[in-house]
Design a binder for this molecule. Structure first.
Ligand code: ATP
Ligand code: MG
Length: 231
């Protein structure tokens, strides 16, 4: 790395081989990353691999699921060899019910910032934030509330990953085309077809505030035990 300002920023490794190099060492501590991808691109796996890396480094992590139950998340982690059993005092999985609008919005807004601080969480994953964004009735309300929400959550010690589904018609945009503007870093996950018989996955770092980053689009694989970005 050259002698730029990025040298002074503390980096948090995602644990995804190849991606940390694209990010010049990892996400910036205390920053918010949006992982935008369509169904099956590996958003949940990405979030859990980020959590697992933290747990292995002795960090404290919170995983908020709007889709899958706590049991299903823990089962999936075990299947990948990421047994959260020994980390019960440093890992929380919370399932929120997005159908209960008021309860979800209020409990997240009122309790999450204090939970992060009380638990001294250094990693937080929100999977997927797009289901939370769906709760708002108008674009204007969504925009206003999401800006407030993200600023309320920001914590200089806690690095956050928010996954988002893509827009139905545009695989380059999140569902509400909003989280890209709120997040410090945007990583786009995509299905690609290198030829007619073969489907693959590719990712790119679209944006990273305060830092240089790789401009390459690189293929990645979700193997039995982890996501790996190919060189
Ligand atoms: N052993 C494995 N177990 C589970 N998924 C695997 C495995 N190996 C590869 N995969 C890939 O991982 C993808 C699922 O990843 P994941 O659930 O993290 O995606 P997602 O983006 O969160 O999906 P969704 O939008 O449905 O929530 C599968 O589509 C498959 O391509
Ligand atoms: Mg998922």
């Amino acid at each position: 790395m050259s002698d730029t300002e990025t040298d002074e920023l503390e980096r948090v490794r995602t644990g995804i081989t190849g991606l940390d190099e694209m990010l010049l060492g990892g996400l910036i501590r205390g920053s918010i990353a949006a992982i935008v991808g369509s169904y099956g691109t590996g958003k949940t796996t990405f979030g859990l691999q980020f959590i697992w890396e933290g747990l292995c480094q002795g960090e404290t992590a919170i995983y908020i699921s709007l889709e899958e139950s706590e049991e299903s998340i823990v089962r999936y982690m075990r299947k990948r060899g990421w047994d959260p059993g020994p980390y019960q005092s440093s890992f929380i999985v919370l399932k929120l019910d997005p159908t209960n609008f008021n309860l979800s919005i209020n409990s997240i807004r009122n309790e999450l910032p204090s939970l992060i601080r009380k638990f001294s969480a250094t990693r937080l994953v929100f999977d997927p934030i797009s289901l939370f964004e769906d709760l708002f009735e108008s674009d204007a309300e969504r925009r206003y509330e999401m800006f407030r929400f993200v600023e309320l959550l920001r914590d200089e010690r806690c690095t956050m990953v928010m996954t988002s589904e893509t827009d139905r018609d545009n695989p380059y945009s999140s569902r509400h085309n909003l989280i890209e503007y709120l997040a410090d870093t945007v990583i786009l996950l995509r299905h690609i077809h290198p030829n007619q018989r073969f489907r693959a996955k590719a990712l790119e770092v679209v944006k990273m505030r305060r830092s240089r980053h790789s401009l390459e689009t690189r293929m990645y694989e979700i193997g039995d035990d982890r996501i790996e970005v190919l060189s």
